[in-house]
Ligand binder design. Structure first.
Ligand SMILES: Cc1cc2nc3c(=O)[nH]c(=O)nc-3n(C[C@H](O)[C@H](O)[C@H](O)COP(=O)(O)OP(=O)(O)OC[C@H]3O[C@@H](n4cnc5c(N)ncnc54)[C@H](O)[C@@H]3O)c2cc1C
Length: 472
């Protein structure tokens, strides 16, 4: 597949390769986009800077909810058989340095911890099986643009390759280089992006001598700065242990902090570190718009990560799938404008986008308080209330509000923190309101500025309520 042309001197060949869709990055978002596009009958190639051996090797905590998290465009049974090493995660266990630990059972399906490298390999295999081409060792260095993005320039083994395409999908992960290169002037693409809206994270895969007791749990522990340490059991003897910190705080020596914590835990005595890796992960709301003429960003490259947990695999998979579907329609219509690609923004924002934007308010709330104080509050509140308040829903039920009011009046331990608790309650109400605003995300770009003004007015109320510095 593809159309090739070569010219130039022996050691510096310039090749042109023409496709319907070019996808930069062979991670979760890129592979789901490629599999979807290939199923639509399009000529699609993934450009991946890593070698084939290293493909799929990505820094991750390896925890996901389950197979149902993924669009059904690849063989999900094969993915599960090959890479879901622990499918028996029944609870989240929160270690509280100041008091009783909390155990929160999973309500619906069990969670999973995966062998992340094998998972990544299977996604690449599946994209290939569906008919996408994968060009490894191919580092994208620039975009080709002329009023709209029409391709990218890449380097492979010293050669320069120009890839031309109707649509370029940017699946290059956090802090994607492509966004520095595209001229977004005159588009609504979100350029209000700053490193302080990211988290720096690091993890080790560790093999213990004896089985751990928590092979049915994902374990969390707060760090001194706003962030958490995790222990996620891939098996009862292979643990993914890691941590992260918000980049709006002073840098944390991640490797040392993890090392100290491991030394304090008896199960890691004589344990062997099998793999170490770190990376940045966005802990911000999804980009307001992730499309420009001929260009779409998906996954980490568009902030599609739950900003309180750092979980980005499900968002990346869905976004990749939706972007390719919308791109396929645009190709049929031969219209690659911002308007033609806008439907993708609408799908993201009215689905997980609204939930992640709402969860982000708790990060903003957290940034205005000392971790110590937040831990005191967590210590005082019953576990179920915390789940409801800061759970994955990003909204507060009326029942919880009633319970919270009662707690405010009765809980002796929360005395001295009532002002902060009231603030938390107000933030939860604003989070519900924010979700309603995101439900009204415009279906065309022309109404975008009016929508954005309404959302920003709500964000001003969040900053006023919490006293936090504006994040955006
Ligand atoms: C330490 C850590 C722990 C995490 N834990 C979890 C977890 O437990 N659960 C969860 O759901 N999520 C977790 N996440 C987040 C999750 O890993 C990401 O959200 C997810 O991998 C995003 O997928 P993606 O396809 O958008 O990007 P990526 O997986 O980052 O893929 C991007 C790909 O693009 C390639 N690339 C980049 N630049 C170029 C270029 N110029 N040219 C060619 N190729 C390029 C990269 O090599 C890479 O293969 C964690 C992240 C980190 C850093």
């Amino acid at each position: 597949m593809g159309f090739f042309m070569s010219h130039g001197a022996k050691n510096c060949v310039m090749t042109t390769d023409t496709r319907d869709i070019i996808i930069v990055g062979g991670g979760t978002a890129g592979c789901f986009a490629a599999a979807t596009a290939a199923q639509e009958g399009l000529d699609v190639a993934i450009l991946e800077r890593k070698s084939e051996d290293e493909g799929g090797h990505i820094a991750c905590g390896d925890a996901i909810k389950g197979k149902s998290t993924f669009p059904d465009v690849i063989d999900l049974d094969y993915l599960r058989e090959e890479s879901f090493t622990n499918e028996n995660i029944q609870r989240a266990h929160f270690i509280n340095p100041k008091g009783d630990n909390h155990d929160i059972p999973f309500q619906d399906e069990a969670g999973s911890v995966i062998d992340r490298k094998r998972y990544g390999e299977v996604l690449l295999e599946e994209a290939d099986r569906e008919g996408a081409d994968i060009h490894y060792n191919t580092v994208v260095t620039d975009v080709i643009q002329n009023g709209r993005v029409t391709g990218v320039t890449a380097k492979r083994n010293g050669d320069t390759i120009e890839y031309e395409a109707d649509v370029v999908i940017d699946a290059a992960g956090a802090l994607s280089l492509l966004q520095d290169k595209v001229d977004f002037e005159g588009t609504r693409y979100d350029t209000n992006v700053d490193y302080s809206q990211f988290c720096s994270a690091y993890r080790e895969v560790i093999e213990t001598d004896q089985p751990v007791e928590y092979d049915d749990a994902i374990v969390f522990k707060p760090t001194d700065e706003l962030g958490y340490l995790w222990y996620f059991p891939r098996t009862d003897r292979e643990i993914n242990a890691g941590l992260g910190f918000q980049m709006n705080k002073p840098p944390m020596p991640l490797v040392d902090v993890l090392k100290r914590d491991l030394e304090d835990r008896p199960e890691f005595e004589n344990a062997r570190v099998k793999n170490k890796l770190g990376a940045a992960v966005p802990t911000r709301r999804p980009y307001d718009s992730a499309v420009a003429p001929g260009f779409m960003s998906v996954g980490d490259a568009a902030g599609h990560v739950n900003p309180t947990t750092g979980g980005g695999i499900p968002g990346a998979a869905k976004a990749g799938h939706w972007a390719a579907e919308v791109a396929a329609d645009a190709i049929t219509e031969e219209n690659f404008s911002e308007s033609a690609l806008w439907e993708y923004n609408h799908r993201v924002q009215t689905d997980f986008g609204k939930r992640f934007a709402a969860m982000d308010l708790y990060n903003i709330f957290g940034s205005a308080h000392e971790v110590d104080e937040l831990t005191d509050i967590v210590t005082a509140l019953p576990a179920e209330m915390l789940v409801d308040l800061m759970g994955t829903k990003g909204e507060t039920s009326l029942g919880l509000i009633e319970k919270l009011k009662t707690t405010l009046v009765t809980a002796f331990e929360t005395r001295g923190h009532w002002g902060t608790l009231r603030e938390g309650y107000q933030v939860s109400q604003l989070a519900s309101e924010l979700k309603s605003v995101y439900n009204q995300y415009p279906s065309t770009p022309s109404e975008f500025e009016t929508w954005q003004a309404k959302r920003d007015e709500l964000m001003d109320r969040v900053y006023e309520t919490t006293g936090a510095d504006p994040k955006y």
